[in-house]
Design a binder for this molecule. Structure first.
Ligand code: NAD
Length: 268
């Protein structure tokens, strides 16, 4: 969604030094938003995101911070306000996988994924809602007082043995998102989620190493291609805009049909 639909709006995207977060930052920037690019450790990737956003003619800054740390998230929002005075769009996107079968999973591997994927989204949502309530609807900027777009996964509905920490974190995001909508829609806050299917990023590159693995992955995708970060970015830009003003408390599956369970196409 290129153009001016997000002109004069400010967005925070977590984990925007690579992959889907970077794709979302680019799409928001192309639609006119200024972007706060949060990153964890990849300063080079974050700088690349910032430079590219500036080449689109918008403004951006990189802010280092661990989304699972309360003070880091508070500081992220403080830096955004110090730089741009307001925040209209928040995209908690940062996430990790640590894969073990349940009976071999250490508590720390469960906890780390929950801390980043779920608690990190809670911390970002809490700071976002506090700020949106304080700001209210900014006239001539957007119909909503603020937009939260949680990046979840098809594994909020597709069980994933061997990844129970990840699937549980994404299932948790669904109720976090819906409960925020239920509580704060009255304040003109919109809270939605995007659940990507298989998107080509670092998080799943090990599952796409060989031609055989790619073929196996494609069996799960009726549309016949692995997704790109841009596929998610375009939907996020639309979901952040007033074109989707009446969508609230919803998850959009951007998965090439993966959640139609293609294994059941024939006789199951
Ligand atoms: P990625 O590894 O490229 O991106 C994850 C980002 O999160 C990285 O930039 C990483 O530095 C950042 N991050 C990790 N821990 C962090 C922390 N503690 N604080 C701040 N940032 C941190 O992978 P991706 O595919 O772009 O993943 C982005 C999101 O999309 C994740 O939430 C992931 O679960 C979700 N997702 C991805 C896919 C896929 O197929 N790629 C599918 C469904 C959902």
């Amino acid at each position: 969604m290129e153009g001016t639909t997000l002109n004069n709006q400010i967005a925070i995207v977590t984990g925007a030094s690579s992959g889907i977060g970077q794709g979302i930052a680019f799409a928001l920037g192309k639609a006119g938003a200024k972007v706060v690019v949060n990153y964890h450790s990849n300063a080079e990737g974050a700088q690349e995101t910032v430079e590219k956003l500036k080449s689109f003619g918008t403004d951006a800054i990189a802010v280092k911070g661990d989304v699972s740390k309360e003070q880091d998230v508070i500081t992220l929002f403080q830096k955004a306000i110090a730089m741009f005075d307001a925040v209209d769009i928040v995209v908690p996107n940062a996430g990790i996988q640590i894969d073990y079968k349940l009976h071999e999973m250490a508590l720390e591997d469960w906890q780390k994924v929950i801390d980043i994927n779920l608690t990190g989204q809670f911390l970002c949502a809490r700071e976002a809602v506090k700020l949106f309530l304080k700001q209210g609807v900014r006239d001539h900027i957007s119909k909503a007082a603020g937009k939260l777009i949680h990046i979840s996964s098809v594994h909020d509905v597709i069980p994933w043995s061997g990844h129970v920490n990840y699937a549980a974190s994404k299932g948790g995001i669904d109720m976090l998102m819906k409960s925020i909508c239920q509580g704060y829609a009255v304040d003109k806050i919109r809270c939605n989620a995007i659940s990507p299917g298989a998107i080509a990023t670092k998080i799943n590159e090990n599952a796409r190493d060989t031609e055989e693995e790619r073929k196996e992955m494609l069996k799960l995708i009726p549309y016949g291609r692995i997704g790109q970060p841009k596929d998610i970015g375009e939907v996020a830009a639309w979901l952040a805009s007033d074109h989707s003003d009446y969508i609230n408390g919803e998850t959009i599956y951007v998965d090439g049909g993966m959640t139609t369970y293609p294994g059941f196409k024939g006789n199951g």
